[in-house]
Design a protein around this ligand. Structure first.
Ligand SMILES: O=P(O)(O)OC[C@H]1O[C@H](O[C@H]2O[C@H](CO)[C@@H](O)[C@H](O)[C@H]2O)[C@H](O)[C@@H](O)[C@@H]1O
Length: 361
């Protein structure tokens, strides 16, 4: 379930839904019958008609995906909730069982930022983490190598977290830097470990400028420059304008073969086409730390978003470590455990430190 696969499956389900809608809703039905001479429906004709038969049945996978991108509800009833926690047990209630598997292995902690360490808020500039959360992360980093892996630019996520003892992987892992703690002033740049999308910088900046201009007429729309990728936010855009925003983004990106679109929580992300994601960042960091042998390590990755699935997938494939999804509502995921919200992430991190301390009283 890579992002690309997700887009493809979104497109497929959108197509199925659109065809069903067009065949059942008389108001959306095209005027001319679509039965060919041999009596079969021509798919090509259906698609052509659907594209022009009004918003309700238009095929627009990006819009469909935008609508699906941020479930806002909790599991609706107790039955939903219990089947969700059966599928993905709470990392808090299963703590002891989970950690017993890590015996003898080096734990390495990976933390997403938005929606994991800080709650989701309307203004991306105000997504602050609490001091209590900062203390919890600091506590974890005393015992285990710890990395923040974010879609934000590395500089921006650092300005929120402000802990120099951590590794930071910004721009969805395309900008990785080691700890700067204890380094002499001016030497910080020596710790840059990996920037596989450097050559895309001019294009990203060009698209950023174009986007700012093209979407300024859409109230609430915002572009964030994440250095090696861009985020187009629509959390504050009225739903009736989502299609317009999506179309603007698509039409700009269409002119750049080197760029692709992915999706997060009420955000469209524009990224270089290189195969590098949070999963690659996780593997890269483990190797840089000298842990190429997966049997000896136990990575714990906590994240809430679609882009975190790339890292969950690596952990699942390797059969080592834990993927923990932060979500209150059921989602398709490669993670094995769940936490409801950032406050539970903080509890988990605190528990991790207490558990470590209890190992060597
Ligand atoms: O990988 P992450 O650290 O989770 O970054 C993913 C995106 O996070 C931010 O956007 C999200 O959080 C905002 C603040 O709570 C919220 O307003 C927005 O709707 C969310 O999508 C960040 O601003 C983006 O640039 C990141 O791509």
């Amino acid at each position: 379930m890579t992002n690309q696969n997700m887009v493809i499956s979104d497109a497929k389900s959108c197509l199925t839904m659109a065809i069903a809608a067009a065949m059942s809703e008389s108001t959306m039905l095209p005027q001319k019958p679509l039965i060919s001479q041999n009596g079969y429906l021509s798919l090509k004709k259906i698609l052509k008609k659907l594209e022009s038969c009004g918003n309700g049945a238009r095929i627009n996978p990006l819009l469909d995906s935008m609508r699906a991108s941020s479930p806002t509800r909790r599991a609706s009833d107790a039955k939903d909730q219990s089947s969700w926690t059966l599928r993905l047990p709470s990392a808090l209630s299963m703590f002891e069982e989970m950690m017993s598997v890590s015996k003898g292995k080096q734990i390495v902690v990976f933390l997403d930022y938005d929606g994991t360490l800080s709650p989701i808020v309307e203004d991306p500039e105000h997504a602050f983490m609490t001091n209590e959360m900062r203390d919890a992360v600091k506590g974890v980093a005393k015992f285990f190598p710890t990395a923040i892996v974010s879609g934000r630019s590395r500089a921006k996520v650092y300005s929120f977290v402000r802990l120099s003892e951590l590794y930071y992987a910004g721009s969805h892992g395309m900008d990785i830097k080691g700890p700067t703690e204890g380094l002499k002033r001016g030497r910080e740049n020596q710790t840059v470990l990996c920037q596989p999308a450097r050559e895309f910088l001019p294009i990203i900046n060009e698209v950023y400028r174009t986007l700012i201009d093209k979407i300024k007429h859409i109230p609430g729309a915002k572009v964030e420059n994440n250095k090696f990728c861009l985020s187009v936010h629509y959390r504050c855009v009225e739903e009736k304008n989502w299609a317009k925003l999506g179309d603007e983004v698509k039409s700009i990106v269409k002119g750049y073969q080197q760029l692709r679109l992915t999706q997060g929580r009420k955000v469209i992300e524009i990224r270089p086409t290189i195969k590098w994601d949070k999963g690659n960042a996780l593997e890269f960091l483990l190797e840089s730390l000298g842990y190429a042998e997966w049997n000896d390590i136990f990575p714990i990755y906590i994240g809430d978003d679609r882009t975190d699935e790339d890292a969950f997938k690596v952990i699942r494939r390797k059969g080592q470590g834990l993927g923990i999804l932060v979500s209150e509502s059921p989602k398709e995921t490669y993670a094995s455990y769940s936490l409801n919200e950032p406050s539970e992430v903080m509890d988990f991190l605190t528990q991790l430190v207490e558990w470590k301390q209890s190992q060597y009283p």
